[in-house]
Design a binder for this molecule. Sequence first.
Ligand SMILES: Cc1cc2nc3c(=O)[nH]c(=O)nc-3n(C[C@H](O)[C@H](O)[C@H](O)COP(=O)(O)OP(=O)(O)OC[C@H]3O[C@@H](n4cnc5c(N)ncnc54)[C@H](O)[C@@H]3O)c2cc1C
Length: 404
Amino acid sequence: MGGACMTNTVAIIGANAAGLTTAMELRRLGYDGRVMLFDAEMEPLYNRPAVSKEMLSGEFSDPSDTPLVRADILEKMHLELEFGNRVLGIGTAGRLDLSGGRQVGAEVMVVATGGLARWPAQVPRLQGIHTLRTSRDAMALREALLPGARVVVMGGGVIGCEVASSAVRRGCDTTIVDIAALPMLRSIGEGAGRVMATVIEEAGVKLRLGEGIASVLGPSRISGVVLMSGETLPCDVLVIGVGMVPNAKLANDAGAENDNGILIDAHCRTSLPGVLAVGDVTRRRSTVEGLGDRSETILNAQIQAREAASTILGLELPKAQPSGFWSDQFDINIQAVGKVDRTVSHWLKPFNGQEGVLLQFSENKLCGAVGFNSGRAIARIRRLLSVGDRRPPEELLRDPKLNG
Ligand SMILES: Cc1cc2nc3c(=O)[nH]c(=O)nc-3n(C[C@H](O)[C@H](O)[C@H](O)COP(=O)(O)OP(=O)(O)OC[C@H]3O[C@@H](n4cnc5c(N)ncnc54)[C@H](O)[C@@H]3O)c2cc1C
């Protein structure tokens, strides 16, 4: 990889945001060789963010309501898609082992196997306990979110709060338990976290912050959780929302370097020759500041997919762009861009119960923002971040173009 493209066959393992975008980007850049895509799920080409939003609320009844790409566009891509086919092993000589003893060969492999919902050690596998990663998980949980059900959500991160939003809307008696002092602290920072704590409580969800779940009561079906303070919360449904673990077994077994994610360089190359990795399964190596963080967002999956396609074709990497994510919960569209954690924040537009924009600064320089129902403002801030705007907070906050 590097220089003119000599690759005839690319095999991509995992056909969701990162894998499919890699394939489509290869075609967009003019690659006309074979592109094979394998996915373990029977119906992989759906928007995963809908799992904790529209699929859980019931707005979408199944994954076909939210396709990743339109069928007519997909058809024109001439991709070789195999669903319900788990890749069992990869060899560095370009060999993929499939179920039924079948093998296929490819000059370049892209591992896009995503993540698995994290299951904490203190939680036994009882009936009534759910995690949320796939459309099937959403449908199973939706059936359990009956009016009056006592639902405890373990973890007040983005997905935990989205679950609570759907649960309370479906008439469940809903409690979020999180060890952190504010909801979604890691993703939206302190100022925005305080706003969301108020929004969540006003919607009728009980927040138990600075508190953890020590153990779970059974015997075969969950009947309650015991908090670290010793208090027992009776519950019918426990939803575990404590993040994901990279689904890195395939790459690990093949000998790829891994440190809480398959390690990739700026070109999405793993330590194995001819094997790239993209999306939630990866963690970026960084020569300047040590290891980079893992990023589990659609935007990150898409950015890395574009980088991987350029690498395969021997092209220059696309221009770097700020990270970001969105979430829909409690009738609020939250959008975050850039760095928001451990920064100094100033309201560009104070939250008025509906809208608001919080700017984040690091060393007196704009480094990120969180918007509530403020997509246009966030798009403008994204542009400023892309060009590295260096104005101090006072000046930026007075900018009429930003304020308008
Ligand atoms: C419930 C939920 C809500 C989310 N909401 C948002 C949101 O609002 N905004 C946002 O930016 N991000 C959101 N995310 C994160 C976002 O969905 C992920 O960052 C994104 O899906 C990552 O894409 P990926 O392709 O790397 O991994 P995945 O989407 O996990 O896809 C990996 C695919 O690989 C397949 N696979 C795994 N192992 C094998 C194998 N051995 N053989 C074949 N196939 C295999 C899996 O079946 C899967 O389809 C959400 C995530 C979840 C779980």
